[in-house]
Design a protein around this ligand. Structure first.
Ligand SMILES: Cc1cc2nc3c(=O)[nH]c(=O)nc-3n(C[C@H](O)[C@H](O)[C@H](O)COP(=O)(O)OP(=O)(O)OC[C@H]3O[C@@H](n4cnc5c(N)ncnc54)[C@H](O)[C@@H]3O)c2cc1C
Length: 528
């Protein structure tokens, strides 16, 4: 079908995605020009609305930007961009003030903003709303403001291709998933706010939209993609047969929740002195080892020793969800296991959200600003979206640099792939199981070799996508390949990336792995 071109002059800004990154950036962009938001589901379909714990900011009496920076750098295991982290913590308070101005009402105690503690934060610094419904409140408030602001929002519109002209941005090609029509929209700036790719894995806390679309689109447009081997697995998602792996927030352990094995014995002290408050990767791996020891497919999270009123007021959302599936968490242990949670790597951007392609910006989970390094500190992602969203709009007012925003890297080709004898048929459940088993929490060179070969052969044989499901599957295969290739290259363990054949951190690998499509359509990468 021939595309219909919908705008003659083009928009000043096209923003793809309606999570916190897209909505907040759109509100700022609207003050500077015309804005179109494209989103593939309804406006409320996103990961943002599932965020529970809250949003980190160093605003407490005993806190400081230095402490927040130190905690973020420590979690990042040597790979954070220190300048990006400095910006994150120093601009946090002003961006929280923006959210409050937009109508976001954070929980308070005695008239002061209430601050919770989460794992690997040295002091309480997590602002929350409705106890554990932070994301939902932010999403509802910002969408209402967007609706009121005159921003045009097109729902059920799937971005399928970035259109380039003279080395810069022309616009975006979109599939209207209701009518099946393809449309093209022109713009001066495109802001990718499409979220992560957590649906790559069998067990995931992510919503159905998290299929790596923006990353894949940007990759094929020539953007640099970096740090893809780092994917964060949350240690505690509900594990009950037939029930979605609903997140049991970090804050539950922060509040005193204890992890117990299937014999009800507390075990975290056997693995780390920080016990339940160790960084996510350490807790997730400890749980996997404990499950391997006992043969169970879950451990338990215990809050039965806490006063019931503390549990129900601090975690009303979790309490209600569990009650609906038959668990009263004030009396019953919660069966939990790790699940895929957050894509740390992404489209490489500088501290102004610029990619290497003039006019293309990325923000939120799809972007890699470098603030998370090799592992994200809990509750820093909502903050990252607003801090760098604001900077994108400031930067967009200046003329685009012809070289784009980030330093270009040398081409480096993906490993030559071997033909595998029995190629399983590609479909979503098969991809998700294989990624969980081979590119998940604990990896090995052998498994990664197999997956890179398999993904390469799937890529070659894949049909051209025609509808939302086939576009999403194709995008997932692309990001799976980027992740598996990077994980195979990184012969060490660091942060969220753990390999049994290279279990130690190596100073040789204190660097980033970046991939980029070679001129002529081939795929390449650079290590820097
Ligand atoms: C269960 C859960 C709990 C979390 N808790 C916290 C927390 O407490 N604190 C914290 O800081 N972080 C938390 N996170 C992480 C955080 O919520 C996300 O990183 C953040 O919300 C991402 O925001 P975003 O705007 O980048 O993406 P999203 O909110 O995922 O939005 C992406 C948007 O892009 C749209 N989109 C995607 N592809 C296309 C396409 N091809 N065309 C058109 N539209 C497209 C989607 O439909 C969606 O609207 C949590 C995540 C989960 C899953």
């Amino acid at each position: 079908m021939m595309p219909r071109t919908s705008s003659t002059d083009g928009y000043d800004y096209i923003i793809i995605g309606s999570g916190i990154a897209g909505l907040y950036t759109a509100l700022l962009a609207r003050e500077k020009g015309s804005v179109l938001i494209l989103t593939k589901g309804s406006i409320s379909d996103c990961n943002t609305r599932y965020a529970q714990g809250g949003i980190a900011a160093p605003i407490g009496e005993n806190d400081s930007t230095i402490l927040h920076m130190q905690d973020t750098l420590a979690a990042g295991a040597g790979l954070c961009d220190a300048e990006a982290v400095r910006i994150l913590v120093e601009e946090a308070a002003d961006r929280i003030a923006d959210l409050i101005r937009y109508g976001v009402l954070f929980d308070t105690v005695n008239g002061q903003i209430a601050l919770a503690r989460e794992a690997a934060h040295s002091v309480p610094r997590i602002l929350h709303i409705g106890g554990d419904a932070t994301g939902e409140y932010i999403e509802v408030t910002l969408s209402r403001r967007v609706r009121e602001s005159g921003v045009r929002v097109l729902e059920h519109c799937l971005a399928t291709q970035i259109l380039l002209q003279d080395g810069g941005i022309k616009g975006i090609s979109v599939l209207d998933t209701y009518t099946g029509q393809t449309e093209e929209y022109d713009c001066r700036n495109i802001i990718l706010a499409t979220g992560g790719g957590g649906r790559l894995f069998k067990f995931t806390t992510n919503s159905e939209i998290a299929t790596g679309d923006g990353l894949s689109l940007a990759f094929f447009a020539g953007a640099e993609i970096t740090d893809m081997e780092f994917f964060q697995f949350h240690p505690t998602a509900l594990r009950l047969p037939g029930v979605t792996p609903f997140l049991i927030s970090e804050a539950v352990r922060g509040e005193g929740g204890i992890l117990r094995n299937d014999k009800k014995v507390a075990f975290m002290a056997d693995y780390t002195a920080e016990k339940e408050l160790a960084p996510r990767d350490v807790v997730a791996r400890s749980i996997v080892y404990e499950m391997q020891k006992t043969g169970a497919d879950h451990v338990y999270l215990d809050v039965t020793h806490l006063p019931p009123s503390q549990v129900t007021t601090r975690f009303p959302h979790i309490y209600r969800f569990c009650l609906d599936v038959g668990l009263d968490i004030t009396k019953d242990l919660i069966p939990v296991a790790p699940a895929a949670h957050y894509q740390i790597g992404g489209i490489k951007v500088n501290t102004w959200g610029e990619t290497n392609i003039p006019g293309i910006f990325a923000v939120g989970e799809v972007a890699c600003t470098g603030v998370h390094g090799a592992n994200r500190l809990a509750s820093n992602s909502l903050l990252e979206a607003i801090v760098f969203g604001k900077r994108i709009i400031e930067k967009s007012l200046q003329a685009h640099s012809s070289a784009g925003g980030v330093k270009q890297v040398e081409a480096y080709t993906f490993k030559a792939h071997k033909k595998i004898s029995k190629t399983p048929r590609l479909n979503l459940p098969v991809l998700q199981w294989l990624m969980w088993d081979h590119v998940g929490i604990i990896r090995s060179g052998k498994d990664l070799e197999y997956m890179t070969d398999l993904l390469a052969s799937w890529e070659i044989s894949m049909q051209k996508p025609t509808d939302r499901a086939s576009y999403e599957l194709s995008n997932l295969v692309t990001i799976a390949r980027l992740m598996a290739e990077a994980a195979l290259l990184r012969e060490e363990s660091r942060g969220a990336h753990f390999r049994t054949d290279y279990a130690q951190t190596s100073p040789v690998w204190q660097k980033h792995i970046t991939f980029k499509v070679e001129k002529g359509g081939g795929r390449g990468g650079g290590v820097m």
